[in-house]
Design a protein around this ligand. Structure first.
Ligand code: PLP
Length: 425
């Protein structure tokens, strides 16, 4: 995620959030209607868990199923060829989205979790040995912890954990100190789903590369909130998940340098990933197909393509500016509430605000604000070690997206004040 230059900001057309909202059918929904009660307009502040879908994505998937649907890669008939072209076209689109050097560096997976598991199960199993170290951070999502723990149990690798300071800033001195002769991989988030911290990815990669250590970045949040260029980062592996990028569930992306993909053994075996199968010996396709066994999420691929088109049309810099305004406004407004503590105050953070309110359990807070139509996530956010680091069991989290408004921030703030009143906190 590169900083916005002021020139881009000055030239950008004004961001029309009401027009954007009109693209998302669910956002005009009213919740908690009861007899004699009109209900509340939905205030959706849970996009960090999964984003809502614009009409353009929904329509692209429906149209594809109505007009061009068939299984891909093996068919000679017209629909199979059209479907294959459409699906493989999305691989080009994803490559361009990440500025990957080639479409062959893009592997479709089930989600971000699956993509990290793929790297652990292939690269990790093949090239890491007992005593080898993987460096990750205390703020990783469980998806970037547990696959490495499974490898730890299987092969005896060692996990080294980089701490964060009280603001949620990654301790780069500790990071550099943890890179040693046994370090064989760095697996780090590019943006924390809890704190919003954007990690200094270029520096993380540079320090590792100087020592010949490959780096995996978990971009599940970073691709949503900013611009990502895998060549500029010079990163070895980069993963994200379609459903947080306004696309459908069931599809994730692994970018990997081709030199790695070429050396990695297959992940899952089955159709579509083989060259030829016989009981005397089976041969595999070249990457990326080698890692895509079975029928892929074809319709979901079409949806991701439409989601990328949607985000690109709005402009990633324009989206980042809009979200930044929401983040600043929400931080300022929430900070005025007595007893409210924001967890994660790193400079340059993304539009995610985790918080606790003294005297109110986050779960109760979430339940009560929901009565006001406000959807926030409560709990550990798949980051239990991070909760322990901050000495808390859970938080409430408001995560902002390209369709949120300042009025929705006001609704959040009002509902949190109502919660405090309700619990006498
Ligand atoms: C959501 C998320 C994941 C996992 O995404 P899935 O779609 O559940 O696989 C991984 N890392 C981060 C930082 C996330 O926010």
């Amino acid at each position: 995620m590169n900083r916005l230059s002021p020139a881009i900001a000055a030239e950008a057309p004004p961001y029309d959030v009401e027009r954007v909202r009109a693209d998302f059918p669910v956002l005009s929904r009213v919740v908690h209607e009861r007899k004699g009660k009109p209900g509340r307009p939905l205030v959706y502040l849970d996009s960090g868990a999964s984003a809502q879908k614009p009409r353009q994505v929904i329509d692209a998937m429906v149209r594809f199923m109505e007009e061009d649907y068939a299984n891909i890669h093996r068919g000679v008939h017209v629909l199979s060829q059209r479907a294959t072209d459409a699906f493989e076209g999305v691989r080009d689109k994803v490559a361009a989205f990440l500025n990957a050097p080639s479409r062959d560096t893009i592997v479709f997976t089930g989600n971000a979790t699956d993509a990290i598991n793929l790297v652990a199960a292939t690269y990790g199993r093949a090239f890491l040995e007992a005593g080898d170290e993987v460096v990750l951070s205390i703020m990783e999502h469980h998806a970037n912890i547990v696959p490495w723990q499974l490898l730890q149990a299987e092969k005896g690798i060692v996990l080294k954990v980089v701490p964060v300071d009280d603001d949620g800033v990654l301790d780069m001195d500790a990071y550099a100190a943890l890179l040693g002769p046994r370090t064989k991989l760095v697996a780090m988030t590019h943006c924390s789903n809890v704190l919003g911290t954007v990690t200094p990815a270029r520096q993380i990669v540079r320090l590792a590369r100087e020592r010949g250590i490959p780096v995996l970045l978990d971009g599940s949040q970073a691709v949503v909130h900013g611009r990502v260029d895998v060549q500029d980062l010079d990163v070895d592996f980069y993963v994200f998940t379609a459903h947080k990028l306004y696309g459908p569930t069931g599809l994730g992306v692994l970018y990997a340098k081709y030199e790695h993909l070429k050396r990695m053994p297959p992940y899952r075996g089955g159709g579509d990933m083989i060259q030829s199968v016989s009981f005397s010996g089976t041969t595999f396709k070249e990457p990326p197909m080698r890692f895509e066994a079975g029928t892929p999420p074809i319709v979901e691929g079409i949806g991701l393509g439409a989601a990328i088109d949607y985000v690109e049309a709005l402009g990633r810099d324009a989206i980042a500016l809009h979200e930044h305004d929401l983040l600043n406004y929400a931080t300022q407004q929430l900070s005025q509430i007595d007893g409210l503590r924001i967890i994660g105050t790193a400079p340059g953070k993304a539009a995610i605000i985790s918080f606790t309110v003294e005297g109110v359990h986050p779960h109760d807070l979430g339940t009560v604000v929901d009565q006001y139509g406000v959807a926030v996530r409560v709990g550990q956010h798949c980051a239990e070690p991070l909760m322990d680091r901050f000495g808390i069991g859970s938080t409430a989290r408001a995560s902002f997206a390209l369709y949120n408004t300042r009025a929705e921030v006001d609704a959040l703030v009002d509902s949190v004040r109502a919660v405090k009143e309700f619990f006498g906190a």
